[in-house]
Design a protein around this ligand. Structure first.
Ligand SMILES: [Zn+2]
Length: 254
């Protein structure tokens, strides 16, 4: 994950947390095909199908998507500009491996943007917006129940993006589009496998406060939610000590 300030993600990427479908370049304009490649890789990073450190070879991607290497290169370049992947001169493209320090920066930025989004939206959301948010949260709960991890991760990101969109400032949306894949990579590295991107029930509580509460309360609840997610990133280290016990069970001296 780059530390430097990146150009904001493309506005078109606002729709990227949709399930990707296979690109069919033959009947699509080149720009559309590059968009499809962009979106499919973005979503795969978001829902952990592409894990930190994965190499993204142009030729393999070109074959997988059925497009030219030029189109793949275009998509990779944009993904790199948007902070989703890393492009290195002699190593090609790969999914970044964020450090804990990167994680602190990501959550610091998310708190600044999203607490303000929540503060502005509290008590002011239209009924249709509340319906949209409820649908996302219900779908997320269903995905969690049926252990559909990919959908759960995608929908939990969609909830946060939807709030940013409803706030009406497209730059907030672009910032979040860059921060969500980074968050997802941190989850893949530092959170126990199978855990959802957001802490369960957090979105229901946020919805209640956004519907009826005041701005300060909504901002506080968003901060609490993001803090909880950030704290959950330390869990693998704790589980490792349990794993060690299991690992050495047969060697136990009794
Ligand atoms: Zn959340």
């Amino acid at each position: 994950m780059p530390d430097t300030h990146k150009p904001a993600a493309r506005a078109g990427a606002a729709n990227t947390v949709k399930k990707p479908s296979r690109a069919t370049a033959t009947d699509a304009a080149p720009v559309m095909a590059a968009d499809r490649v962009y979106q499919a890789i973005y979503t795969a990073v978001l829902d952990h199908r592409l894990t930190p450190g994965s190499r993204l070879r142009e030729e393999e991607l070109a074959q997988a998507f059925g497009v030219s290497r030029t189109l793949v290169r275009q998509a990779l370049h944009r993904l790199s500009q948007d902070g989703v992947i890393l492009l290195r001169p002699n190593r090609g493209a790969e999914v970044p491996v964020p450090t804990r320090r990167d994680g602190e920066h990501v959550f610091d930025a998310r708190r600044v943007v999203e607490c303000e989004v929540a503060r502005r939206l509290a008590g002011k959301l239209a009924a249709s917006d509340m319906d949209t948010l409820r649908q996302i949260v219900d779908a997320e709960a269903k995905a969690l129940q049926s252990q559909n991890k990919q959908d759960a991760i995608r929908l939990s990101g969609e909830f946060h993006l939807a709030l940013a969109r409803m706030c009406g400032n497209p730059i907030f949306v672009r910032l979040l589009e860059e921060l969500l894949p980074s968050t997802s990579l941190l989850m893949a590295l530092y959170k126990a496998p199978g855990e959802p991107m957001c802490v369960a029930h957090g979105h229901h509580q946020l919805l209640d406060i956004l519907e009826h509460g005041a701005g300060t309360g909504a901002a506080t609840e968003m901060r609490r939610h993001l803090n909880e997610i950030e704290r959950s990133l330390s869990q693998p280290a704790e589980k490792k000590s349990i794993a060690l016990e299991e690992l050495f069970r047969d060697a136990r001296v009794e």
